[in-house]
Design a protein around this ligand. Structure first.
Ligand code: ASP
Length: 309
């Protein structure tokens, strides 16, 4: 057993970027979200402290956030226009650039675990809908009744959206996607992202979260990145990969690269947030919304969670 007491590690998580401000979110709501973020952060931290891999750590953190109804992933996911919950997730590891992703799943309790299973047990990277769940059942990935994902608060959000009669998904800054990035004692990075997408989405709409290079990317030569925000613009800017490319090819630091790419998203009319970690152990985030649910911890003793700008 390796002595991990001197090992360096770091983890950062997010629970979505959005319109939260101290004025719009009451103290009890803020406290509940901070507690939930803390649970997920501690789940990932425990893995890294014990000498576990960055991949295990991001999956532990994201599956905790998926199980928590406060966030738009797994249980508590937003509803589609037709009143279903359709879930998307991706994972990637920086050492091999191995990746796995799923979209439009409706029965898999922890989509991040299915994404990982796609990476490790299939010859593919990206599976969708019924086929993804056929694969999940074959692999023994936990399945649940779709009721598991449904919460009253999200149902009301759908009703509000429909009352506006926009016939379009919610562009009103109610995000809540979850993600994690980590670096382990070996200096390997990993990223994971999971989401229910946007309230009122239809026509099989998929956002950036499960798209490798858009909402999720990990490369030991640069960083691990997980995104949240207006998925259409994040896809067009290939945000997660673009940040890594600017670092690797342009020599930019992670914060400068992240802010530059979020600027490109803004120029396209999009908003959102990003978390990153580098193989050297540097964590950081940026967001162009009023708030982003977030947290980070590292082997230097840092442990913090935050919501507002
Ligand atoms: N980026 C996600 C999507 O477009 C939404 C979010 O971050 O909450 O599906």
């Amino acid at each position: 057993m390796t002595d991990t007491s001197e090992s360096r590690w770091a983890i950062a998580i997010h629970g979505g970027a959005g319109s939260m401000t101290p004025e719009t979110m009451d103290a009890a709501g803020a406290q509940a979200h901070e507690a939930a973020l803390g649970v997920a952060l501690d789940a990932g931290t425990a893995v890294l402290k014990a000498g576990g891999s960055a991949l295990d750590a991001v999956c532990a953190a994201v599956s905790a956030l998926e199980d928590d109804p406060h966030f738009n992933a797994g249980r508590g996911a937003v509803f589609t226009y037709h009143g279903t919950n359709e879930l998307d997730a991706a994972v990637m590891e920086g050492a091999t650039r191995g990746a796995g992703a799923v979209c439009g799943v409706t029965h898999t309790r922890n989509p991040v675990n299915l994404a990982r299973t796609v990476m490790e047990k299939s010859p593919h990277v990206f599976l969708s809908g019924a086929g993804a769940e056929e694969f999940a059942r074959e692999q023994g990935v936990e399945q649940v009744d779709p009721d598991w994902f449904a919460t009253e608060a999200r149902w009301q959000q759908l009703q509000e959206l429909k009352a506006k009669k926009l016939g379009w998904f919610d562009a009103g800054l109610k995000y809540g996607t979850v993600g994690a990035v980590a670096v382990d004692a070996s200096g390997h990075v990993a990223a994971a992202t999971s989401t229910g997408g946007l309230t009122g989405k239809r026509w099989g709409r998929i956002g950036d979260s499960p798209l490798i290079g858009a909402g999720t990317y990990a490369d030991d030569r640069a960083a691990a990145v997980s995104c949240t925000g207006s998925g259409e613009q994040f896809i067009r800017a290939a945000v997660a990969h673009e940040i890594c490319a600017r670092m690797r090819l342009g020599g930019e630091g992670p914060q400068a690269a992240t802010e530059a790419v979020l600027g490109e998203v803004g120029a396209m009319g999009g908003v959102g947030g990003v978390i990153y970690v580098t193989p050297a152990g540097e964590t950081g985030f940026a967001f162009t919304t009023p708030g982003m649910f977030r947290g980070r911890a590292d082997s230097e003793g840092r442990r913090e969670v935050g919501i507002f700008g």
